[in-house]
Design a protein around this ligand. Structure first.
Ligand code: NAD
Length: 513
């Protein structure tokens, strides 16, 4: 706890007890409700935050609107310079912020540090992008005409984020949106507001050093109600929402009803296919990282393992040796590989899913217990579970946000495996382990995986920022991060310019007056 006090202090979170208030607009000066934040790792109270109300929300939107009129006039590379400085501040604070992510959310320190590294990477990417943001030029059908397209900022971008990537998802959105000339209002998960406040302190310093208004990057601490205000708000042309499919349907509907744009990053039900031609040792490392990493609480966590019958028993046997020996413990302990779940509700959902899938005929072969005793007093520690199941079971069709791996057998050729892999409502991440080119290419072909992410000899989780991230079907269809994902944060304008002295009409239409 001593080092945690230092961490909080470095990140500008000074008071820890009893009711911590930022005293700044993002918490709302007069917010009546406070929320206490306990670490899922040891149950200690880290801090309490004031929750914003509708009045505080109004204030934030006004502040953002005002900042936009200034920010959009800055040249994009100048905006990139600010993002470069944010990246550098994140580098300076990587250790501290990574620790706080780990302590507040419960992912192990390595993953907490990885999350901050991802933020640094996206800053670098966005800086380069700030000198691109390019449109195309086209040849006009009319003489002495020129046609091209350009991209302009959209305005306020609302970012609603989930607890499991409490800071990286914001940075994917915010850093791109910022170089695009937009201003951002971020509503983090109510379960992880402290890491968000820490980020805002970093942002605030950079903005102050450059004499820029804080309204460029806004933070509002609130729950689903504030998220809903954002979804319905016509002043927010783009809402980027990350979380459950249930939430995404509500946000998508509200934004759609006002014909706004939404970028949805929702649940996954990701599978790894292991064919009889797989390098099994490599596959197993990927499976275990994918299934138990972040205690099964990544959108890209491996939830289904589709294994060829010829290697099924071998894979099962190896997993049964590995799983009982996984070190489960405090997220900040260097020897831990499996940290806690976010809270007791998540543990209840884990238990309920295991009970339900066994009712359907699933066979629990390891794990599934809630740990108690020394070091596990919080009730948030579980042993990762493996269940032999069938793909069509109701529970297997669901995303349970917990470390449950469903073991599914297939026979025949790889197309049968792909059919199972695609046979769910979600379409985020997928992977195949095989050293056979015919199998891997079939998996990647247009009749192969239907997911936004399809990997070969790599697991389902742990994407790099350079590619576009997101998925199909109930995952929501949004793309964030690399490639040309930036385009969603801008509006496209087509410009046709006549540099002649005639006014020819397109399609040769004659209209003489
Ligand atoms: P959640 O849906 O409970 O909450 C996510 C965010 O939405 C929170 O900030 C919450 O306050 C807000 N929210 C909830 N209901 C809302 C509503 N009606 N209107 C507006 N906002 C609302 O999700 P969670 O438990 O925090 O996160 C886990 C889920 O997130 C999983 O389903 C996971 O797959 C998904 N996820 C997806 C991605 C991705 O990129 N596809 C990334 C991370 C997490």
């Amino acid at each position: 706890t001593n080092t945690m006090t230092n961490v909080l202090e470095q990140l500008g979170i000074k008071e820890t007890n009893p009711a911590y208030s930022t005293g700044l607009v993002w918490g709302g000066h007069n917010g009546k409700q406070t929320r206490e934040i306990y670490s899922p790792a040891d149950g200690n109270l880290i801090a309490a935050v004031t929750m914003a109300d509708a009045a505080a929300y109004e204030q934030v939107v006004k502040q953002a609107q005002e900042a936009f009129t200034y920010w959009r006039k800055q040249p994009a590379p100048k905006r990139g310079e600010i993002v470069r400085q944010v990246g550098n501040k994140l580098r300076e604070n990587k250790e501290a912020l990574g620790k706080l992510v780990s302590y507040e959310m419960g992912k192990i320190l390595q993953e907490g540090l990885g999350e901050v590294q991802e933020m640094i990477d996206i800053c670098d990417f966005a800086v380069g992008l700030s000198r691109q943001l390019h449109g195309l030029t086209m040849h006009s059908e009319r003489p002495e005409h020129r046609m091209y397209e350009q991209y302009h900022p959209v305005g306020i971008v609302g970012v609603i984020s989930a607890f499991n990537f409490p800071v990286a998802v914001w940075s994917w959105n915010a850093m791109l949106a910022a170089v695009c000339g937009d201003v951002i209002i971020w509503k983090p998960s109510e379960k992880t507001p402290l890491t968000a406040i820490a980020c805002q302190h970093i942002i605030k310093e950079v903005l102050a050093e450059n004499e820029l208004p804080e309204g460029i990057f806004n933070l509002i601490i609130g729950d689903a109600e504030i998220g809903s205000l954002m979804a319905h708000d016509k002043r927010i042309p783009l809402v980027s929402a990350t979380g459950s499919t249930r939430m995404g349907k509500k946000v998508g509907e509200a934004v759609g009803a006002r014909l706004g744009k939404s970028l949805l990053e929702l649940g996954g039900n990701n599978a790894i296919i292991i064919t009889e031609h797989a390098d099994l040792e490599m596959a197993l490392r990927a499976v275990v990282f994918g299934a138990v990493g972040t205690c099964g609480q990544r959108c890209t966590s491996t939830r289904r393992l589709i294994v060829h019958e010829n290697v099924y028993e071998q894979v099962k046997e190896r997993l049964l040796k590995i799983y009982p020996n996984l070190p489960i413990g405090h997220s900040l302990d260097n020897t831990t590989l499996v940290g806690p779940m976010i809270d007791k509700d998540a543990v209840e959902a884990f238990k309920a899913a295991l009970a339900a899938v066994q009712q359907e005929g699933g066979n629990l072969i390891t794990g599934g217990e809630v740990l108690s005793g020394k070091g596990y007093e919080t009730g948030t520690y579980v042993t990762p579970a493996i269940v032999e199941a069938e793909n069509h079971f109701d529970m297997v069709q669901e995303e349970t946000f917990a470390p449950i791996l469903y073991l599914i057998r297939y026979s025949g050729d790889v197309e049968n495996a792909v059919e199972l892999q695609n046979g769910v409502r979600q379409g985020l991440s997928s992977a195949i382990f095989s050293t056979n080119l015919l199998e891997t290419e079939a998996f990647l072909s247009h009749w192969g995986s239907d997911c936004g992410i399809a990997n070969v000899n790599i697991g389902t989780s742990g994407a790099e920022i350079g590619g576009a991230f997101g998925g199909e079907k109930e995952t929501g269809g949004g793309r964030e991060s690399g490639s040309d994902a930036w385009k969603v944060y801008m509006r496209r304008q087509t410009n046709t310019i006549n540099f002649g002295r005639q006014l020819p009409l397109a399609q040769g239409i004659k209209f003489d007056i």
